[in-house]
Write a protein that binds this ligand. Structure first.
Ligand code: C2E
Ligand code: MG
Ligand code: MG
Length: 727
């Protein structure tokens, strides 16, 4: 034991003797520490277990550090000096935090404070030596108490946890870990060039080390991420916080793949970023599992359709949109009739196959935006979002029933199955998915009680309307085949000569019981049900037949205008028209086509080419009901029309209503500029005629001259040379 140690203890005792208060406490601590040094510096008496000579010094000197209650070092023994490399002069007076391996942050200070309160058992810590090397150590901390049992100082005992690996071994091991890692690793230098990749990188991305090294990380850029994410990644590569997240990468073969990535940096001795590293794993398999889970949670495994959970979510979203747009929605509950008997008699496999086919057929007749789900064994639901009219849901119900009509072929069986459908309407019947489904279900059960295939609305008022419409539709079909329809002709007269220059063909339905049904009552219905195609063909054929008769009897050839509804205006129209006039041996000039602006909802890019085709074939187009629709001057210029018909609603007010006069005048001026012939519809009075004639209108059609009349009456009028009296 060195004498100097003993002498130091004696000196301290002598000094303490003269002191009081805080100074005494400090001195006592020093003394205590000196005594402990005496203890630890005592030589080992036995040599049997002595460590190797190289470690002897360290083994003999357990590092002990004392500090005051604020953490300032007051004692630093030989062991501490050997371990840390600081002499007592360098260490004493410093704060304990200067030995910490990490920057002293709030967290560390917190631990320190905690200790001050409670003392601490053995803990493992990381510390930094004077050389900068960091190491792990076991440490115990304890209070040093004064005579009154008050803590006056702290004492830390440290023992280094030896690093079993040499630096060289460590480097070899780290390299091996990187080589064998399942995660792809790429290392870039400060200029973002790849300097090293591991085999997993090549396995995942398809790029060999040779292909990747020297490139930037753009090599893996999928192009699907915005600049936001790219900036974050770049910031991490340049030393901002470690970044962890998921990104989509691109493999060498072009495939995209999801990857979980962490990006960090290595710094040089000056603290500057020398390299960035990115560790990533391919998580495609994980994503596939997640998607599969989503599928299980949200979709019906048998039909692949959404299940009840997803359906309700989708409906709630659709209702929110409908609420914003003040639209109607409809929810249809569809229950298959006698499905159980199929299951019971032919087995579940056949039953399952039938349900799959039913699901497919229904999906096929619905629009993309309609939601179809399976919510029970043989129960399906449909949600129609944003329907313009509540009645449209009835049409969809009919379509669904019709799609089930033809037999389902399953193996050797041809099965017939019907359905009962209940409909509830948003917002009238209910405001949320749950309520709507409940009410639709009640309506469906009503249908089922009658053991019928069919549909019912939840609300009685809607049922009444549906019934009337259904009836009307059936009767219109009969009318088509049963001679109840005929065309009337309303003359058009020239405002220059007063002579008849043509006519418009208008359909009339003479119902055997209800008498004359005006076109406004059944043309829209025919449009909704699709019956307009048959009706339209009949009208065209009938008009051409009549023109042919007039030609044959030598009547002055006058163009006859036929109204073409938007639904008829498809790609096949030119062909159909050509076939009809060819069938009746007529020139195109004798048939005019009246179209309306409602066509435009189909998109100008779709309808304008059809218009051009018709004009190229020699037909003349008139724009009917002008001013009531969607037209803007921009479209009007693109339409190859020869005639504008000013809607009756503007004619009514002239010459007294200033607005109507202004609109009529604007339309005429516009039409004249576009060199179009202008027809005023629904002219009933002399005053209206005079005004419109004054504006420069070319023709007049209206009760003032004649209402729509039967063909023979029109023929007589033309033969008689009847004229409009202009003054
Ligand atoms: P529209 O094509 O604008 O036909 C003009 C309507 O105005 C006809 O009604 C005609 O009778 C009426 N009208 C003519 N002059 C006067 C008048 O001075 N005063 C009054 N108050 N009314 C007059 P209608 O025949 O009832 O036809 C109504 C609508 O039904 C037609 O409007 C047209 O959109 C449609 N429609 C009629 N026939 C057919 C057809 O054969 N095919 C198609 N697709 N639609 C038709
Ligand atoms: Mg018309
Ligand atoms: Mg009109």
């Amino acid at each position: 034991m060195p004498d100097s140690h003993i002498q130091r203890c004696l000196d301290l005792c002598a000094q303490a003797h003269h002191l009081g208060g805080e100074d005494l406490s400090r001195k006592l601590i020093e003394l205590q520490q000196a005594l402990r040094s005496l203890e630890t510096d005592r030589p080992e008496t036995t040599t049997e277990t002595a460590p190797p000579a190289a470690d002897l010094d360290r083994w003999q000197h357990e590092p002990v550090i004392t500090m005051d209650m604020h953490g300032y070092l007051t004692g630093w023994n030989r062991g501490a000096e050997m371990l840390f490399g600081y002499t007592p002069d360098e260490a004493i007076g410093q704060h304990i935090l200067f030995l910490y391996a990490e920057e002293p942050d709030a967290h560390i200070s917190k631990i320190f404070e905690l200790f001050l309160d409670h003392g601490s058992p053995l803990m493992e810590v990381r510390r930094r030596k004077k050389s900068g090397e960091t190491f792990r150590a076991n440490m115990t901390l304890q209070h040093i108490l004064d005579d009154n049992n008050e803590a006056v100082a702290m004492e830390a005992h440290l023992s280094e946890i030896p690093d079993r690996l040499s630096t060289e071994e460590k480097h070899r091991l780290y390299a091996k870990i990187i080589e064998d890692s399942e995660a792809g690793i790429l290392i870039t230098d400060a200029s973002e060039r790849i300097v090293s990749v591991n085999p997993a990188f090549s396995r995942i991305t398809g790029y060999s080390a040779g292909e990747a090294i020297g490139e930037t990380t753009d090599l893996l850029n999928s192009g699907v991420h915005g600049t936001d994410l790219r900036e974050k990644v770049l910031a991490a590569m340049h030393g901002a916080d470690v970044w962890q997240g998921e990104i989509i990468g691109r493999r060498k073969n072009g495939d995209l793949f999801p990857q979980s990535v962490s990006i960090g940096v290595a710094r040089n001795a000056d603290g500057l970023v020398s390299h960035a590293f990115s560790m990533f794993s391919d998580i495609s398999a994980l994503r596939a599992v997640e998607e599969r889970m989503q599928q299980i949670v949200n979709f019906d495994s048998l039909t692949g359709l959404p299940n009840r959970t997803l359906f309700h979510q989708l409906v709630e979203q659709a209702l929110a949109v409908a609420h914003r747009n003040k639209d109607h929605c409809a929810l249809l509950v569809i229950d298959l009739n006698r499905f159980n008997s199929v299951n019971d008699s032919l087995g579940h496999e056949v039953g399952d196959a039938l349900l799959r086919q039913v699901g497919q057929r229904m999906r096929n007749v619905l629009r993309q935006e309609d939601i179809l789900a399976r919510i029970g064994a043989d129960e399906f639901v449909v949600a129609l979002s944003s329907i313009q009219k509540r009645e449209h849901s009835g049409l969809v119900a009919k379509k669904l029933l019709a799609c089930l009509e033809s037999p389902f072929v399953i193996g050797s069986h041809a099965l017939h199955i019907g359905a009962s459908i209940g409909i509830a309407i948003y917002p009238e019947d209910g405001l949320n998915a749950g309520a709507l489904q409940r009410y639709a279900d009640i309506a469906m059960q009503r249908v089922q009680r009658n053991n019928e295939n069919g549909f019912l609305y939840y609300s009685p008022e809607m049922n009444l309307r549906a019934k009337e419409q259904w009836q009307l539709e059936g009767e219109l079909r009969q009318a088509l085949s049963g001679n109840q329809l005929m065309l009337h002709y309303q003359p058009k007269v020239s405002l220059r000569s007063g002579r008849i220059v043509g006519a418009e063909a208008l359909i009339r339905w003479y119902h055997p019981e209800h008498g004359l049904i005006p076109p406004d009552k059944f043309v829209p219905l025919a449009e909704e049900t699709g019956l307009i195609l048959e009706l339209g063909s009949w009208i065209l054929d009938e008009a051409c037949r009549q023109i042919r008769i007039w030609q044959d009897v030598g009547l002055e050839p006058l163009p006859i205008a036929v109204n073409i509804s938007a639904r008829q205006f498809d790609n096949q129209l030119p062909e159909r028209l050509q076939a009809t006039i060819a069938h009746h041996h007529l020139p195109c000039e004798l048939l005019k086509l009246e179209i309306t602006e409602s066509l435009l909802v189909r998109g100008p890019e779709k309808v304008i080419p059809i218009m051009n085709e018709l004009v190229a074939l020699g037909f003349n187009l008139s724009l009917d009901d002008f001013g009531t629709g969607y037209s803007s001057l921009a479209y009007l210029k693109k339409f190859p029309i020869t005639t504008l018909k000013i809607d009756r609603s503007f004619v009514i007010g002239v010459p007294d209503d200033e607005n109507d006069c202004a609109i009529a005048q604007a339309i005429v001026t516009m039409g004249k500029q576009l060199r179009q012939e202008i027809v005023a519809e629904g002219v009933e009075t002399q005053a209206q005629m005079n005004f419109l004639r004054g504006l420069g209108c070319d023709q007049l059609q209206g009760y003032l001259f004649s209402p729509p009349i039967a063909a023979d009456e029109f023929e007589r009028m033309v033969r008689d040379g009847r004229r409009l009296i202009l003054d």
